[in-house]
Write a protein that binds this ligand. Structure first.
Ligand SMILES: Nc1ncnc2c1ncn2[C@@H]1O[C@H](COP(=O)(O)OP(=O)(O)OP(=O)(O)O)[C@@H](O)[C@H]1O
Ligand SMILES: [Mg+2]
Length: 582
């Protein structure tokens, strides 16, 4: 009930229109309710009473009622459809915006396919309820109440007789509800599973094909698909067990009323017109009972869909801007990590990290894979909150910064390059949509992306990704660097972002970055010594702690992990035997 209430609340902005639609529909029902009274008059006054003048008037009334019913019904459909589409629109937009506001953590835990399933299937479920469900429920409710009143007015005995079936019907409906409800939930969940599988398979199709696992993937899909079918069928079986039962009980109304009515008529306690008229209400009274199963079915679907959607809506972003958050008047790019510890859930990744990066310095972060290098730099933009210590940017704790201005000052080239299926120009311009073409070109030059872009068939207008031109790994990385350079950040983060670029090009990019991004604090994560050699400070992480720090010369003198890495890379470059080949 809570969920249904909440779904209904979504229509609050359109309440006048909803009320109008309900009112119009009530009028439709009234025209139906008047029908049997006309019939009664027809029997009593015209056929039995011989008042033949009345017949024309009654016929006109019947036609007028039919016209009114059609007219009101038409308006009601238009209004309600408009409302349901508007609510769906609001919900879709609201949910989308809400999802944009969710932190990294949310996307670590929820899979794309599942989110998609919520955004489409569940949302459509709610829309359908708002478009048809409300009216169906209302229709049955008023028909029932109206028929009850009108019938009571004609013959209370017949009404009481027919109401005898009500408790049995309600009990059956209740049983039906409790059986089918968990299944609807399972169906929605299985649907999400299938969606996730499809999405991941398509996203990972290269891997699937490379490892010739198509059959395995098909098998997995088949199983999930079969499971979905099984659940649908199970719901159908429950449905088909109960629905005929409820229908038969509803149909019992007619013989009951006829028996009681004929008895009363024979005794002279009911006139013929009333007997005929009363039968006109049987359908209106029992149909809502029969429809009860449909309504429960629909409400149950709505509740399961609503639960899922509201679950997302209620997940507030765990990373929120402080109420007294502020932004420095000017960002300088001064970064201090003060005893920072961080864990993903219970998985401790960084322990007591302390260092200082002065504006304009280059900090290199090295270390074996999985030691927390990428994690360290994602903390700069407060994509996760740390458990211990503080991170100061320009003297202010990141938790006290206004989030968007802070993130705007960080040019982030993530380890996994992501480009939108849009033109190269728009991809580079992504962070500053108002930047002119000259800035796009300049950024591309710095990242050494200009050359390959100019060789593309449509140059900067070349569309990448879906249905567009494919790019090599190094080309993608350079485009991503250009995107970060364009925003002219105070802090530049290069997370392994030249790993797919040859050493010579990498060197050139570094040179150009030094020219353009003077006074920018730069974080470089890399495995190649050549990428980090010139850094002001090199941090070597080991098991989440800073094991060594200093510049190249100092670390070489130390003769520790860094020294070992340099030696390893030299011998592998030179090869065993020692001699160089120039
Ligand atoms: N989103 C996440 N949720 C939970 N754990 C994570 C997440 N990202 C990384 N980890 C874990 O945190 C640890 C550090 O990961 P991180 O990506 O920071 O390593 P890295 O040093 O960048 O490694 P690489 O050199 O391979 O890029 C790993 O053990 C990883 O399993
Ligand atoms: Mg990493």
């Amino acid at each position: 009930m809570q969920i249904i209430k909440r779904v209904l609340k979504l229509t609050l902005p359109y309440r006048n229109r909803v009320l109008l639609a309900l009112f119009l529909h009530a009028l439709v029902i009234v025209t139906r309710l008047i029908g049997p009274m006309v019939t009664r008059s027809m029997v009593n006054d015209v056929i039995v009473g011989g008042n033949y003048d009345l017949i024309v008037r009654l016929c006109i009334l019947i036609v007028a009622l039919a016209l009114a019913r059609a007219g009101f019904g038409y308006m009601r459909v238009l209004i309600m459809e408009r409302v349901s589409q508007s609510v769906a629109y609001d919900l879709r937009t609201g949910l989308y915006n809400h999802l944009q506001g969710m932190p990294y953590e949310f996307y670590d835990k929820n899979r794309v396919g599942e989110i998609m399933s919520r955004m489409t299937g569940d949302l459509e479920g709610l829309r359908d309820f708002l478009g048809n469900g409300i009216i169906t429920t209302w229709d049955n409710f008023i028909s029932f109440i109206g028929a009850l009143i009108f019938m009571m007015f004609m013959s209370w005995q017949a009404t009481v007789a027919i109401l005898a079936i009500l408790p049995v019907l309600s009990w059956t409906a209740f049983r039906f509800n409790s059986k089918i409800r968990p299944l609807f939930r399972q169906i929605r969940e299985q649907d999400a599973v299938l969606n996730t599988r499809t999405q991941e398979n398509i996203a990972g199709i290269h891997v699937v094909k490379a490892f010739v696992r198509e059959e395995y993937e098909e098998e997995l899909f088949r199983n999930d698909n079969q499971e979905l079918m099984r659940k649908h069928l199970k719901a159908t079986y429950i449905w088909s067990d109960y629905v005929p039962m409820m229908q038969v009980m509803g149909e019992l109304g007619t013989p009951i009323v006829l028996l009681v009515g004929s008895y009363l008529t024979a005794r002279g306690m009911m006139d013929l017109g009333t007997l005929v008229g009363v039968t006109g209400y049987i359908w209106m009274l029992t149909n809502p009972m029969r429809m009860l199963s449909n309504i429960i079915n629909m409400l149950t679907r709505t509740v399961t869909s609503g639960e899922k959607l509201f679950y997302y809506m209620d997940l507030g972003p765990s990373i929120r801007e402080d109420t007294d958050a502020r932004s420095p008047s000017e960002f300088k790019g001064h970064v201090v990590f003060d005893n920072v510890s961080f864990a993903y859930g219970s998985n401790r990744v960084l322990k007591d990290i302390s260092f200082e990066a002065k504006p304009g310095e280059t900090i290199a972060v090295m270390g074996a894979t999985g030691t927390g290098k990428s994690t360290l730099v994602t903390l700069l933009g407060r994509y996760y909150d740390i458990q211990k210590g503080r991170i100061l940017i320009d003297g202010v704790d990141v938790r006290k910064h206004k989030l968007k201005p802070l993130r705007r000052e960080i040019g982030y080239v993530p380890q996994e390059t992501f480009l939108f299926s849009d033109s190269l120009e728009e991809n580079i311009r992504f962070g500053r949509p108002d930047a002119g073409m000259d800035r796009v070109r300049q950024a591309a030059e710095v990242a050494r992306a200009d050359e390959f872009i100019e060789h593309m068939p449509q140059g900067y207008d070349t569309v990448v990704g879906e249905r567009g031109v494919g790019l090599s790994g190094g080309q993608r990385q350079r485009t991503a660097i250009a995107r970060a350079v364009l925003i002219d950040p105070k802090i530049l983060v290069l997370d392994d972002s030249t790993s797919a670029v040859d050493m010579e090009t990498e060197h050139e990019i570094q040179q150009r970055l030094n020219e353009v991004l003077k006074n920018r604090t730069t974080f470089v994560i890399a495995h190649r010594i050549s990428s980090v050699k010139s850094a002001d400070q090199i941090l070597v992480l080991k098991d989440g702690e800073i094991a060594e720090r200093g510049n190249h010369a100092q670390l070489m003198a130390l003769g520790g992990i860094y020294h070992g890495m340099v030696m390893d890379q030299m011998t592998s470059a030179v090869g065993p035997g020692g001699g160089t080949d120039g």
